[in-house]
Write a protein that binds this ligand. Sequence first.
Ligand code: HEC
Length: 140
Amino acid sequence: MRQALLVSAMVFVILAALAKDQAIAAQAPFPSVWAPPGEVMYKQFCAACHGAHAQGNGPAASTLKTQPPDLTTLAKRHGGKFPYDYVSSVLRFGPGSSAHGSSDMPTWGPIFQTIDRNSERAAQDRIRNLADYLASLQRK
Ligand code: HEC
């Protein structure tokens, strides 16, 4: 029951964020392919679970079955190099082997495609900006 409430609350937050995003895209004099900076998207879409500082302790984390990993140790856990391909793939297709993502980590590829009215380039740019932002947070 708590889980169901949390999921509906999160769906609401995501939909509200999408609506706001579209409103901004509609007014702003940006070219049709435009992705917000990684830090802005991180706060909007990721911090609730992964935490404001990406260390995996966001306000929603304690209610999840799988704990959100610390995203500042990605490079450390991948031989000292930030794993761009892995991160892009997790964002696009979801974590794990399932193409549909786990129930705890949303699959962002289709969500970004929806926000950007099916622009594949814009979805790619969003994923790249997010990956660049995460790369900038890596601990030594
Ligand atoms: C609803 C909570 C939630 C949200 C929102 C969320 N994540 Fe996650 N994320 C998770 C969980 C839980 C996992 C671990 C999933 C697993 O192992 O099955 C995860 C895993 C990841 C991983 C793999 C980390 C590793 O150590 O292998 C990356 C990268 C990631 N998330 C990035 C993001 C980004 C970027 C966003 C925002 C666009 C985001 N997440 C939004 C819950 C969330």
